[in-house]
Design a protein around this ligand. Structure first.
Ligand code: NA7
Length: 540
């Protein structure tokens, strides 16, 4: 520790959804706490991902903090599922309402953190040369905060405008009349494409893997509707808390959850299958109880899905190109607004990269094995180095010089309870691998994490413990338990590369990183650990 280090009780990294609540919670417990945030404002992922069409696919009244009744009642959501600007404004409102800004250091990027075992404290260093010291660090660095840029030859030589959805410019981007290319058809691409199609002169979508996307109407609240919901907030929150995905109302996850209650596809007659598509469209095609557990049923559902898509998309070749070949469920579910209808527009072309990949970006466009596309603008919607990316970009050194980046890269992204890593005492990572966050309402999951971490730090301080560290055996068992939950399902099928299993990032150690037994079960297990005096941890 240097003499000019700032000394605190706890340091939080990141002022997004998790970090803001962690700051509030730890301050309430009487800890001198600050957030170090690289950006100029609060919001995290919801600050950077400001691309056209960006929206949450969980209902606003559930994708929001439940810990403060005042905030619940005072904030006014305008739509059932909130757009990015509204979520960004909400997080700014929360920061002001709880007077959080006085303890947030903006423009402060954490580059290194080192654990001093003798002193039992972390030294956190920043890009501008400052040092902060505290016994506890809470990494609220986000699970989708590090963009994964594709390594396509020639990207830098493009003479038009290159845009990245995960760092979309704040100023208005005028795409009117432009020849625009979009690479990537995950959640981001699926939200962006219908909006860009309305602005661009011509839109060319470069699709490597077609998405499964569930159309759903998002609408403004009717007059009085939000007030009525707010009057019932206690019941809404209670239902949400008990629901496996942390959202009892409509969400991309609850649609999937509902599917599991349906009869199996393998015993359905052709008439029953057609009726499902007739009555339920795309969602009907996938709504079978066996699709998540039986790869053959899943493949049958994929075919039916293609039939449902072909009822919307007029050009049969385009409809076939939009039919996915990976198992449904192994990538994060998506809710869309008019995605397939977009491909009926005269100004939209789909390039199916399964028939011939992108070779390079040229100064004037994109060259694929199938031909050349002249473009004014290229938009990259190519995903994230999810879950581990933010922490592996910080030089985190634990006990005995152990590097977190090296450990996760060589061994795998292990963590105990999705919160702590053996070898890294007093470091709490919000939503590390083995947390329910990826497959649930992120906000419900993070509130549990923050509260559990707050209670844990309170317990340590009250009982005179200076450090807590996950035990390697407990960590291994937790990861075995988490991965055993998906083993009998198609969620981590070998044919599937997604940010859930790290397969979307070349060279990343593959491991399914979610916890799929549901948030209530996860909460029960975490409480059991705490009630028994933090089993699976070494307290010193
Ligand atoms: P995703 O879901 O990881 O999607 C990224 C998309 O980009 C996906 O279609 C990829 O195809 C595609 N991609 C990535 N690299 C390339 C290259 N080199 N060439 C062509 N296509 C490429 O990220 P999103 O941002 O859409 O969504 C992330 C999460 O944000 C989402 O799950 C929600 O939780 C919110 P691939 O599938 O790898 O073949």
């Amino acid at each position: 520790m240097t003499s000019d280090s700032t000394r605190l009780d706890a340091i939080i990294v990141g002022a997004g959804f998790s970090g803001l609540y962690a700051l509030h919670r730890l301050r309430e417990q009487g800890l001198r706490t600050i957030i170090l945030e690289k950006a100029e404002n609060v919001g995290g992922t919801w600050l950077f991902n400001r691309y056209p069409g960006a929206r949450c696919d969980i209902e606003s009244i559930e994708y929001s903090y439940s810990f403060s009744e005042e905030i619940e009642q005072e904030w006014v959501w305008t739509e059932t599922m909130p757009r990015q600007p509204e979520i960004e404004a909400y997080l700014n409102f929360v920061a002001d309402r709880l007077d959080l800004r006085r303890d947030i250091r903006f423009h402060t990027e954490v580059t290194a953190m080192t654990f001093d075992e003798a002193a039992s404290e972390w030294e956190v260093r920043t890009a501008d040369g400052k040092a902060f010291v505290a016994p506890f660090v809470v990494a609220a660095t986000g699970i989708l905060s590090v963009p994964k840029e594709p390594e396509i030859p020639g990207m830098g030589a493009f003479e038009g405008v290159s845009l990245f959805t995960s760092r979309w410019p704040k100023q208005h981007v005028d795409l009117t009349g432009k020849r625009v290319g979009v690479i990537g058809t995950g959640s981001t691409g699926v939200q962006l494409i219908p909006v860009v199609a309305q602005q661009a002169g011509h839109l060319t979508v470069f699709q490597r893997s077609p998405a499964y996307t569930l159309p759903w109407e998002v609408r403004p609240f009717d007059d009085g509707e939000l007030d009525e919901l707010k009057a019932n907030y206690a019941q809404i929150r209670a239902a949400q808390r008990e629901h496996a995905v942390g959202a009892a109302r409509l969400s991309a996850f609850s649609v999937m959850f509902e599917m599991m209650t349906k009869p199996p596809l393998k015993s359905a007659s052709r008439e029953e299958q057609l009726r499902a598509v007739e009555e339920g469209g795309i969602i009907g095609a996938l709504s079978w109880g066996d699709v998540f557990f039986d790869i053959e049923a899943n493949q049958m559902a994929a075919k039916l899905y293609g039939e449902a898509v072909a009822r919307i998309v007029k050009n049969p070749e385009t409809a076939a190109a939009l039919t996915p070949s990976h198992p449904f469920g192994c990538k994060r579910p998506i809710i869309d607004q008019g995605y397939y209808e977009t491909f009926n527009r005269d100004n939209v072309t789909l390039v199916d990269l399964r028939k011939g990949p992108i070779v390079e970006v040229t100064p004037t466009g994109i060259h694929t094995e199938q031909g050349d596309h002249e473009l004014d603008v290229i938009i990259y919607a190519t995903g994230f180095d999810a879950m581990t990316g933010a922490m592996t970009r910080i030089a985190v050194t634990g006990r005995d010089e152990l590097s977190l980046g090296d450990f996760w890269t060589t061994e795998g992204p292990y963590a105990y309870l999705g919160i702590a890593v053996a070898g890294f005492p007093n470091l709490f990572i919000i939503q590390a691998a083995g947390s329910p966050a990826p497959a649930s309402n992120f906000v419900t999951a993070l509130e549990q994490h923050v509260e559990w971490i707050g209670d844990c730090i309170g317990y340590l301080r009250a009982n005179g413990y200076r450090s807590i560290e996950a035990l390697p055996d407990a960590q291994r068992e937790w990861i075995e338990h988490a991965t055993s939950l998906v083993a009998p399902t198609v969620l981590d099928h070998p044919s599937c590369n997604s940010w859930y299993n790290g397969g979307n990032v070349p060279g990343k150690k593959r491991m399914y990183m979610g916890y799929t037994a549901g948030i209530p079960e996860y909460r029960r297990r975490c409480d059991e650990v705490a009630d028994a005096g933090y089993t699976g941890f070494k307290l010193a």
